[in-house]
Design a protein around this ligand. Structure first.
Ligand SMILES: [Fe+2]
Length: 266
C-alpha cells in the first residue's frame, strides 16, 4: 500500500502580500497542513506529498521559502512540478537540495515512492499562462515509461490535458503536445493516472484509456460556469487535497479543507 497526498495551486506570495490584492494564501495552506496531520491519524502513514504547480503566485524566492516552512512540521517528502506562476530558475534553486530535480533544462523527473513510480513533467512556458509538453519533455516521458513497462504510475504536470468548459481557463490550457501524449499513454500497459492542477477544480475524465484527475487549489476556485460571458475571476474557496491510495489499484479520494462538525451518532 502506498499513500500519496496531492496538493495544488498554493499561490504563495511574500509575507504581508495578497494575491490580486485580496486573497490570503498562506493561512489556508497552514490550515491544510494541520489537516494533513489529522489525515495521517485517520488513514495511516502518508508516503509523500506531490504538488501540481503554482506553488508560488509571484515567483519570488520568499514564496518558495514560505512553502517549505509551512510544510516542514509534517516531516514528509514532497515532489513538485512548476505551473505558469512559477519561475523555473527560482523553483529549481528553492528545491534543488531535495535532489530529484535536474540541474538544467526542463524540470522533468522520476521518483519511486513505495510501490508507485511518480513522473513529473514541466509544462511551463515562461511569460505565458498556457502550457506545453515540448519534444524534450515528451521524449523524457516516452523513454521513462518504456523502462517501467508495467508498474503503477502517477504522471503529474500542471496544465490539464483536457478542456474544463470554463472558457477563460481553457484559453490558457495545454496548447501543445497532446497528440504525442495520447500516443505515449495509449501504449503504456500498466496502471497509470494523470494528475494535474491549474483549473482549481476537481474534475475526473479519461485520456487514452487512463484516468485523468485535476486537483482543487488549496486557496481558491473558479466558478463552474461554461457560458462565454461567464465572469472571469476566482472564488475565495479552499479546495482541500486529493489522497491517491495504491493497493492493487488506484483509489483517489478528495478530502475537503474543512473536516466538518461531527461525526454525529445516527
Ligand atoms: Fe496555473
Amino acid at each position: 500500500m502506498t499513500k500519496i497526498i496531492q496538493i495544488s495551486d498554493t499561490h504563495l506570495v511574500g509575507e504581508g502580500n495578497f494575491v490580486s490584492k485580496t486573497l490570503e494564501t498562506a493561512a489556508p495552506l497552514e490550515d491544510l497542513t494541520r489537516r494533513i496531520a489529522e489525515i495521517e491519524l485517520e488513514v495511516g502513514a502518508i508516503d509523500a506529498i506531490i504538488v501540481s504547480g503554482d506553488i508560488s503566485d509571484d515567483g519570488s524566492a520568499e514564496s518558495y521559502a514560505r512553502f517549505k516552512s509551512i510544510l516542514s512540521p509534517l516531516k514528509l517528502t514532497f515532489f513538485a512540478v512548476p505551473g505558469n506562476h512559477d519561475v523555473r530558475s527560482i523553483f529549481r534553486a528553492a528545491f534543488s537540495s531535495a535532489g530529484y530535480l535536474p540541474g538544467s533544462g526542463k524540470l522533468n523527473w522520476h521518483q519511486v515512492v513505495g510501490e508507485i513510480h511518480i513522473v513529473g513533467l514541466d509544462t511551463l512556458i515562461e511569460g505565458q499562462d498556457g502550457g506545453e509538453l515540448d519534444s524534450e519533455t515528451l521524449q523524457f516521458l516516452e523513454s521513462t515509461l518504456e523502462k517501467l513497462k508495467n508498474v503503477p504510475v502517477i504522471l503529474m504536470f500542471h496544465h490539464p490535458p483536457f478542456k474544463s468548459g470554463i472558457k477563460f481557463m481553457d484559453s490558457i490550457c495545454l496548447h501543445k503536445g497532446q497528440t504525442r501524449l495520447y500516443e505515449i499513454l495509449k501504449s503504456y500497459p500498466g496502471e497509470l493516472i494523470v494528475v494535474c492542477g491549474h483549473i482549481h477544480r476537481n474534475i475526473v475524465t479519461q485520456l487514452a484509456g487512463h484516468t485523468v484527475i485535476s486537483a482543487p487549489s488549496t486557496c481558491s476556485s473558479f466558478l463552474y460556469n461554461i457560458h462565454s460571458d461567464a465572469p472571469v475571476g476566482f472564488l475565495k474557496q479552499e479546495g482541500g487535497l486529493i489522497l491517491h491510495d495504491w493497493s492493487q489499484g488506484f483509489k483517489s479520494i478528495r478530502i475537503e479543507a474543512e473536516r466538518g462538525a461531527g461525526p454525529f451518532a445516527f
